[in-house]
Design a protein around this ligand. Structure first.
Ligand code: OSB
Ligand code: MG
Length: 373
């Protein structure tokens, strides 16, 4: 594999509705796309960093900067023989996992396309479609929330996740249970909004039979999650805290979580994501694929991960129309609550050129081999 260059492309994608979490309200996505060009093919990676460092320390401008200043030049200095070598070359640079993930994914996609091999199969996927859940933001009122949940259930989503924060937790959960019954698979996500002192409040969720509580406490507070697990019956799932396979192994060993949300961007790429999956399977810990409001490009690759055998819970891999009026790729459409796992070479999808052109706000070409443009 000979890399010709890397393109950094920024696209602006309005969301169909504002999405409110405990850390921000998002009305659109300012996405950084990485395109890896080789002599034989090109590949795409979507960087999941948000506009501001509120979900984690990464943000989109910093991701673009670390790519152009350090990560892409590192590939120029030590050209990797394949995508597995990318992580090796980038290892000296600390953190910036979302930026690294996008670069590794773009190179992996180019490599697999050139070889005519599908990403899902390479990764070890064992299913051709995956059950889907949907993440429902914090709303201004309970009736508004119930309308949103009703709409998603009518569309066929197989699991509902409610975003929560102090003051928006027990009441919305109770309202959804009362209206839609005990059979709905239901879980909540706090995005670190609570402290151990809130244990009684979180224990008040126990009667509602939730699948899990996702990331109630600070990302660094593993011991707090252990303590909380003794005071709350609902299983704790970690998202923000799980930044690597080592972090996953430590969290499981400590008893900080009983379920793991895997997001490839958060952990530095799909190869590390696969290792986390394997650590969890080895420990009997259920896994599911999270989301970061990706476009079709990121979604396609996430569906491959969601199709691994250890992903036994529905993920946040929702259909295109849950996020965007017009997706970058052919839309992913929910059928019987499932999305298909792409099986064409590489990640299996490409951006629509006209849509891509219409939403692009900036492009930057970083040549890797001398004399190319
Ligand atoms: O914590 O899972 C999260 C979206 C942006 C940032 C963090 C999170 C989320 C979601 C939505 O919950 C997941 C999705 O539908 O892509
Ligand atoms: Mg989460």
């Amino acid at each position: 594999m000979r890399l010709t260059g890397i393109e950094l492309r920024r696209v602006r994608m309005p969301l169909v509705a504002p999405f409110r979490t405990s850390f921000a309200t998002m009305t659109g996505r300012d996405v950084l796309l990485v395109r890896a060009v080789t002599a034989d093919a090109e590949g795409w990676g979507e960087c999941v960093a948000m506009a501001d460092p509120l979900y984690s320390s990464e943000y989109v401008e910093a991701a673009a900067e670390v790519l152009r200043r350090y990560l892409v030049p590192a590939l120029a200095a030590r050209p990797p023989v394949d995508a597995v070598g990318v992580g090796e070359v980038l290892r000296p640079y600390k953190g910036h996992r979302m930026a690294k993930a996008a670069l590794e994914t773009a190179v992996l996609d180019a490599e697999l396309r050139a070889a005519g091999r599908a990403f899902a199969r390479e990764l070890g996927a064992t299913r051709d479609r995956v059950p889907c859940g949907v993440s429902v933001g914090i709303m201004d009122s309970i009736p508004q929330l119930l309308d949103a949940v009703e709409g998603y259930l009518e569309q066929g989503y197989l699991r509902i996740k409610l975003k929560i924060e102090p003051g928006w937790d027990v009441a919305p959960v109770r309202a959804v249970r009362e209206r839609f019954g005990d059979d709905v698979l239901l879980q909540v996500d706090a995005n670190t909004a609570y402290t151990v002192g809130d244990a009684p409040r979180l224990a008040a969720l126990d009667p509602f039979g939730l699948l899990l509580i996702e990331q109630p406490l600070d990302e660094e507070d593993l011991l707090g999650h252990v303590e909380l697990s003794h005071r709350v019956r609902t299983p704790i799932c970690l998202d923000e805290s799980i930044v690597s396979a080592r972090a996953a192994a430590d969290a499981i060993r400590l008893g900080a979580c009983r379920v793991v949300n895997i997001k490839p961007g958060r952990v530095g790429g799909y190869l590390e994501a696969r290792r986390i999956h394997d650590v969890c399977v080895a420990n009997g810990v259920p896994v599911w694929c999270g989301g970061m409001l990706e476009t079709g490009l990121g979604r396609a690759a996430n569906l491959a991960l969601a199709a691994l055998p250890g992903c036994t819970l529905p993920g946040d891999t929702s259909a295109s129309d849950r996020y965007f009026r017009t997706d970058l790729t052919a839309p992913f459409v929910l059928r019987d609550g499932h999305l298909p796992v792409p099986d064409a070479p590489g990640i299996g999808v490409t951006p629509d050129p006209a849509v891509l052109a219409a939403v692009t706000t900036a492009t930057e070409w970083l040549p890797l081999s001398p004399g190319t443009d």
